[in-house]
Design a protein around this ligand. Structure first.
Ligand code: MG
Ligand code: MG
Length: 267
């Protein structure tokens, strides 16, 4: 069942989204070689609690941390650890959620430790194109469009670059629960699938692999890795369908909250 949100509820969700954005900004600023993924977790938790919010993931089905930190061939759901020391050139997916006033925000980035120059052009491109695919998907989250339009826009970026699109883990509705209906796949056919309407709020989250789409879960019960050991990237935003187009609730200061040029907020 898809739970549509009122304008007031979407505005509350924007507050949760803003907290998640602040956490990511702090993480982008702080990330250095030599840090552990547990250090990143502490930074995010500090920002979230300072803002009076609550981490979404901590305790979710028993997940032990504020962030999911997934390094190199890890795709999603990696557990922060004092034993995982980040090295120059590592690719780290950082997924963060926060609850404000009963509503969740959910967003992920993939960063290169030591900066873009610390890795190869092929890896830089994977990270950049996965982010690009996120925004191509967000643009399609419009009243009257179909879920297949979102998936097709994302998949087209992967196909053009020869990347594997992870199929077992997908985007999702979000609201009072971290994961609500519908599922938002990162693949599909334009013009197919459910029609989206105003009041929908979804998390769009492409996961692209340099190798095949196949995944494997580690025996820690959480971490998902590429089956072939290839590198993976993951970007995510929470987006609401307003009367004026998609509103990216988790947009950071360097990003547009309204990705479609003609969609100007009238609220
Ligand atoms: Mg997430
Ligand atoms: Mg998500």
């Amino acid at each position: 069942m898809i739970i549509k949100k009122s304008r007031a509820e979407i505005e509350r969700m924007a507050r949760a989204g803003a907290v998640v954005a602040r956490a990511h900004e702090a993480l982008m600023e702080a990330l250095r070689p030599g840090m552990t993924t547990l250090d990143l977790d502490a930074i995010a938790e500090r920002v979230i609690t300072r803002e009076g919010a609550v981490p979404s993931f901590k305790g979710y089905r028993g997940f032990p941390a504020t962030l999911c930190t997934s390094r190199n061939h890890e795709i999603v759901h990696g557990i922060p650890s004092a034993r995982v020391v980040l090295e120059e050139g590592d690719v780290i997916s950082i997924d963060c959620g926060a609850v404000v006033d009963g509503f969740h925000g959910d967003s992920a980035t993939t960063l290169i430790v030591g900066g873009d120059e610390a890795t190869t052009p092929a890896v830089r491109q994977l990270v950049r194109e996965t982010r690009n695919a996120l925004w191509r998907g967000l643009e399609q989250v419009q009243h009257g469009n179909r879920l297949g339009d979102v998936g097709a826009a994302i998949e087209a970026v992967a196909t053009a670059n020869g990347y594997g699109v992870v199929r077992e883990y997908v985007g999702h509705g979000i609201g009072r629960a971290l994961h609500e209906d519908p599922s938002v796949p990162n693949y599909g056919a334009a013009g197919r699938g459910m029609r989206m309407t105003r009041g929908w709020v979804v998390a769009v989250e492409p996961m692209f692999n340099l190798g095949t789409e196949r995944t494997r879960a580690l025996d820690d019960g959480w971490t998902v890795v590429t089956a072939d050991g290839s590198l993976s990237a993951h970007w995510e935003h929470t987006v609401a369908i307003t009367p004026d187009g998609p509103w990216v609730l988790t947009a950071r200061a360097d990003e547009p909250a309204y990705p479609v040029a003609e969609a100007v907020p009238a609220w």
